[in-house]
Design a protein around this ligand. Structure first.
Ligand code: ZN
Ligand code: ZN
Length: 146
């Protein structure tokens, strides 16, 4: 527990972000919950343990993390921002049925760093969004049909 917090503190300090208690809590939550939560989900869960945590603080903290490259914003649903602690380039799959967003590994020359520019423009962030029905939901469907 203590070592866990220390590693999170180091992560903040490495980016020049002052490690306040609130910031440590939000980053720790994101590390433990890699399901690409919304700000609302983060707020609800943290407020259970720390009732003094306000929604504004959560939003400000997330924006600060985004600016400093500690997290990435995933906008796959088009209606909400989901937050991702995994800042390495990777793609996402959204299940239309259960709403789950998962990381997917596909062979990608952009993610692999083989292509770093397009027409002279330097690529800094890569997002590939795939949508459909996940394996679990497909299996559930098949059972109902039979
Ligand atoms: Zn699903
Ligand atoms: Zn992700």
């Amino acid at each position: 527990m203590i070592t866990n917090m220390k590693h999170i503190k180091n992560k903040l300090e490495a980016k020049g972000v002052k490690p306040t208690y609130q910031r440590l809590c939000v980053l720790k939550y994101l590390e433990k919950n890699m399901n690409h939560p919304t700000a609302e989900m983060i707020y609800e869960n943290i407020a259970k343990k720390i009732p003094t945590m306000s929604k504004t603080t959560i939003y400000n903290t997330l924006n600060l993390f985004l600016e400093n490259g500690l997290i990435h914003a995933v906008t796959i649903t088009g209606t909400e921002v989901r937050y991702d602690i995994n800042t390495f380039s990777h793609h996402h799959f959204l299940c239309r049925k259960c709403g789950k967003i998962v990381d997917i590994e596909v062979k990608c020359p952009f993610c692999d760093g083989e292509i770093t520019q397009i027409n002279g423009s330097k690529i800094e962030e890569i997002h590939g969004y795939f949508k459909g029905i996940c394996k679990k939901c497909r299996e559930k469907n098949n059972k109902v049909e039979r």
